[in-house]
Design a protein around this ligand. Structure first.
Ligand code: GLA
Length: 420
């Protein structure tokens, strides 16, 4: 492939007409920690007290989030997933936490999390049971919304298991209204499209009016094949999903699994870079009490987080996919652009890409400022026309950079040239 040159241009995406859910929340992608991928439905506190779903786990995570710089980096929501509740509702029909694992109840846990300057998330399901077999909210959604508000919960992840898919939309809208009626600010995290896609094209206008973020695709696992499948899906359906994202409502490609067991460091960098490009909610699911320094530094990388949280609020998209690399772009505020280049050839060593700012690249005409964010922050400075930037990318790794024009831009039209 030596000397091959790839040219691609900007994909023009229509701005989306639908209004976001009007609760004033999630104006930027939500950041926090969510227990599911790492701790799943471990209810065995007798023999595995450090890893079971219990108030202790969430209190410890909140402690670490404050002590170890996570809160200062922007991670704010400490979120409970499935398997927190008792198998029975109380005499008034309210959900109650498992008394052995949450002896002080959710309200006390919320108070504790709030005392640390953080927020608490909880999980429920619109069907008869949750995905893990705990009581569902079918027939109880108003009571449940009020219960969560009474407990001072700040986010609800509402799952869609155990119900006919035709009733899923109505179920999500009902809970949205019920949360709104409580008068409390509760971020509403949905899985509506995920449960509709197998049968029909989801109504993203309605979803955006109902939810603050929404899962589209399968659960993330701690593996590169899982992360890749999420990226492939997101690229395949980008014309449908990208226009629906913006302040107040985001596509949710599921949790960050960085800091666990399944991804190499390069793959962890790829997940972090691509979740930033996709304007994804950043919910880590890992053990913050025991995480390697490199993963921690990556998750706390302020330059990548700044791209994720960019105030323009536009989701990025894939512009090129060859057999051995993929390029994604995200428009940023200030007429800047983030570019991610992933080496998708999973054999061999680093592959070298050359980025040339050419005459056709109006964004850089006559010159622009380029900053490398990954693998290492490096201000390359002003790049004049016709400069070749050498960018080595490791197999299944990603380089991330931002480009800032240094002149008035009259057109968003540009061309990047790559060769390798
Ligand atoms: C579904 C969701 C997951 C998780 C589990 C819990 O699979 O997609 O994110 O919440 O349920 O049972």
């Amino acid at each position: 492939m030596g000397g091959a040159v790839f040219v691609f241009g900007v994909v023009l995406l229509m701005s989306f007409a639908a209004e976001a859910l009007d609760n004033g929340l999630a104006l930027k992608p939500t950041m926090g920690w969510l227990h599911w991928e790492r701790f799943m439905c471990n209810t065995d506190c007798k023999t595995d007290p450090d890893n079971c779903i219990s108030e202790r786990l969430f209190m410890q995570m909140a402690d670490v989030m404050v002590k170890e710089g996570w809160k200062d980096s922007g991670y704010e929501y400490v979120c409970i997933d499935d398997c927190w509740s008792s198998h029975q509702r109380d005499a008034q029909g309210r959900l109650q936490a498992d008394p052995n694992r949450f002896p002080n109840g959710i309200k006390k846990l919320a108070d504790y999390v709030h005392s640390k300057g953080l927020k608490l998330g909880i999980y429920a399901d619109l069907g008869y049971k949750t995905c893990g077999g705990f009581p569902g909210s079918m027939g109880y959604h108003e009571i449940d919304a009020q219960t969560f508000a009474d407990w001072d919960v700040d986010l609800l992840k509402y799952d869609g298991c155990n119900l006919d898919w035709k009733l899923v939309g109505e179920g999500y809208m009902n809970m949205s209204k019920a949360l709104n009626n409580t008068g409390k600010s509760i971020i509403y995290s949905c899985e509506w499209p995920l449960y509709v896609w197998p049968y029909d094209k989801p109504n993203y206008a309605a979803i955006r009016e109902t939810c603050n973020h929404w899962r589209n695709y399968a659960d993330v696992y701690d593996s590169w094949s899982s992360v890749k499948s999420i990226l492939d899906w997101s690229a395949k359906y980008q014309d449908i999903i990208v226009p629906s994202a913006g302040p107040g409502g985001w596509n949710d490609p599921d949790m960050l699994v960085i800091g666990n067991f399944g991804l190499s460091h390069d793959q962890q960098e790829s997940q972090m870079a691509m979740w930033a490009i996709m304007a994804a909610p950043l919910f880590m699911s890992n053990d913050l009490r025991d995480i390697c320094p490199r993963s921690k530094a990556l998750l706390q990388n302020k330059y990548i987080i700044a791209i994720n949280q960019d105030s323009l609020g536009k989701q990025g998209y894939q512009t090129t996919k060859g057999s051995d690399f993929a390029v994604w772009e995200r428009p940023l505020s200030g007429n800047r652009l983030a570019i991610a280049v992933m080496n998708t050839q999973e054999i061999g060593g680093p592959r070298r890409f050359f980025l040339a700012a050419t005459r056709g690249w109006k964004l850089c005409n006559p010159k622009c400022n380029v900053t490398l964010v990954l693998p290492k922050y490096h201000e390359l400075g002003v790049v004049p026309l016709q400069t070749d930037l050498l960018l080595p990318v490791n197999p299944s790794g990603t380089i991330l950079l931002t480009v800032t024009p240094l002149s008035n831009i009259t057109s968003q039209e540009y061309k990047l040239h790559w060769h390798h």
